[in-house]
Ligand binder design. Structure first.
Ligand SMILES: [Zn+2]
Length: 137
């Protein structure tokens, strides 16, 4: 794409900025509610990108598919592990518990539904987020 085409296409610019933010912004959780958030951490390029998109810093993420599988935990999922026989996408704190040999806590219904969608090769369908978070609510 030529530069003038890129600049005249706001959607492409927005997608590029969001992609940069998702790749490089810091991930954390709010102290009050524990919601997942992205933040700049004082990096000026990220501050400019957040500003261009009109995002607050921190920017609260409202996508439950990115959260830890453990019931009641809203932290970003990180490592994927098999914990007591269930493949799980969990946050770093729950990963520590798994590494310490603690028993798997109750998992979210959405995690159980997601895992039921895997095929014989253990692959999720491309639309698993829609199937888990849109249908059968
Ligand atoms: Zn967790």
């Amino acid at each position: 794409m030529k530069e003038e085409e890129f600049i005249s296409e706001p959607r492409a610019v927005k997608d590029a900025l969001e992609g940069m933010i998702w790749q490089f912004a810091y991930r954390g959780n709010t102290r009050t509610t524990g919601e997942p958030m992205l933040y700049c951490g004082g990096l000026s390029a990220l501050e400019d990108a957040f500003s261009a998109l009109g995002w607050d810093d921190p920017h609260i993420i409202e996508d439950p598919s990115l959260e830890c599988d453990v019931e009641g935990c809203h932290r970003f999922s990180g490592p994927s592990v098999t914990w007591d026989g269930m493949y799980s996408m969990i946050c770093t704190e729950h990963h520590s518990e798994e590494c310490d040999g603690k028993p798997r806590p109750k998992m979210k219904e959405t995690a159980i539904k997601r895992e039921s969608l895997r095929d014989k090769d253990n692959v999720l369908p491309g639309d698993w987020r829609e199937q888990v978070f849109t249908k059968n609510k």
